[in-house]
Design a protein around this ligand. Structure first.
Ligand code: ADP
Length: 232
């Protein structure tokens, strides 16, 4: 019975991966044609329609890429190696800061926090949380990236002091296409946190979202430090 369930899950995963893959090429063509003609037409309504086609095709393209990522996440696909967490967080913070220089993004972590992980995937996860923190909070809210090692694990947190997430919606945020009350801001696909959860699970870790009544959200990732956990 368990095997049958796993088998049908694998088939479903493969189907989503194949379908997403097939959608890539026509979407690229669609976007290319819309781009090409948007600058050529004189009629403003037609130009506007072409711009909207291009924007929607771009959004679908992001969705397809996210679906492909989601279907490809498991331990076997990770490229594990030693990761300097301080450096990773500094890199993410400076990328976020370049994207939105007006926002306050800080990193607080002791040097020497290390773990064995897929650096690219972990960066992707922290970046997704940081981008969310910027997208779902007012411009005055600060974003904080922290990490510490404890008992063979490394805890990475992305916090903000924005409005927070109501308790009844907090548990759902990790679901695919979760949409909490304020809607989907800034062109997200609704798969960001599902991908973060997939990355953490593939590493054998845990994740949680905390939002106290006074506001703000902390997304916490707990990852096994692995064999190279010792700092200098
Ligand atoms: P989306 O593409 O909609 O951002 P995600 O899976 O990344 O999809 O996030 C799911 C939902 O969780 C978002 O739509 C948003 O409502 C909520 N959310 C995520 N991060 C935050 C945050 N830092 N503050 C408030 N709400 C958030």
């Amino acid at each position: 019975m368990l095997d049958a369930t796993r088998d049908s899950e694998d088939r479903m995963r493969q189907f989503v991966a194949d379908a997403s893959h097939e959608l890539r090429t026509p979407l690229t063509t669609l976007r290319g044609y819309a781009e090409l003609h948007a600058g050529r037409v004189e009629d403003p309504d037609t130009a506007d329609a072409l711009r909207r086609i291009r924007a929607e095709a771009t959004r679908m393209h992001r969705l397809v890429e996210d679906l492909l990522t989601l279907t490809s996440l498991d331990r076997a696909t990770l490229h594990l190696g030693p990761v300097d967490v301080r450096r990773l967080l500094d890199d993410v913070a400076s990328d976020l800061q370049v994207a939105q220089p007006e926002r306050l993004v800080t990193v607080e972590t002791a040097p020497g926090v290390r773990l064995v992980a897929d650096e690219e995937r972990l960066t992707q996860a922290v970046m997704a949380l940081g981008t969310n923190a910027l997208r779902h909070t007012p411009v005055t809210a600060a974003v904080r990236l922290t990490a510490y090692a404890t008992g063979g694990e490394v805890v990475v947190e992305v916090s903000d002091d924005g409005p927070g997430i109501p308790p009844e919606e907090l548990a759902r945020v990790w679901d695919r296409f979760a949409r909490v009350s304020q809607g989907r801001a800034g062109g997200g696909t609704g798969l960001g946190l599902a991908i973060v959860a997939g990355i953490v699970t593939a590493h054998g870790g845990r994740y949680a979202a905390l939002s106290p009544p006074q506001g703000g959200v902390t997304f916490r990732l707990v990852l096994p430090a692995g064999s190279q956990a010792e700092g200098p």
